[in-house]
Ligand binder design. Structure first.
Ligand code: FES
Length: 152
């Protein structure tokens, strides 16, 4: 589906800005929003490029650079960080070979830091695309990546 068709599924109302950006990003195989995407959205909503850009920069779930098919968000808010330290990041690195802010060469995985994911009672927590994984340890991390890799 081309980008105009994706955008036009939504009414040209500023209230739809976040939904449009999510849809564009989610349908991009490289999981990001390009400059042209932002211009297209600004034109559709009859607003400025800089206001769309400001929203994209404000929300950490949006990216302006290409990412992997699977975006791993590691919660670094105080509770998860207090319980886990940098353990999850180390375990992730052992499984896929990359750390925070990196993307694998095959563009399958990216790892990012995240604010609280909203499941503090089961810390430490990560999110992979839209799915939340809670109460993690090295074994659970290993199982998660074995599962993803076997589905590739
Ligand atoms: S602090 Fe990590 S999910 Fe809330």
């Amino acid at each position: 589906m081309d980008k105009n068709s994706i955008i036009s599924k939504f009414k040209p109302d500023n209230d739809n800005l976040l939904n449009i950006l999510h849809e564009l990003q989610n349908t991009n195989p490289n999981n990001y929003l390009s400059t042209d995407d932002l211009k297209l959205v600004a034109k559709y909503l009859n607003t400025t490029y800089s206001s769309v850009y400001g929203v994209v920069k404000y929300y950490s779930m949006f990216s302006l650079k290409p990412r992997g098919k699977y975006v791993i968000r590691v919660c670094k808010s105080p509770l998860c960080h207090m319980i886990d330290g940098n353990g999850l990041i180390e375990h992730i690195k052992q499984n896929i070979g990359i750390g925070l802010g990196e993307t694998t060469n095959d563009h399958v995985f990216s790892v990012e830091a995240s604010e609280c994911i909203g499941h503090c009672d089961e810390a430490p927590v990560i999110m992979i695309n839209d799915k939340v994984y809670k109460g993690l340890d090295s074994e659970k991390i290993k199982e998660i990546f074995q599962g993803i890799k076997s589905n590739q």
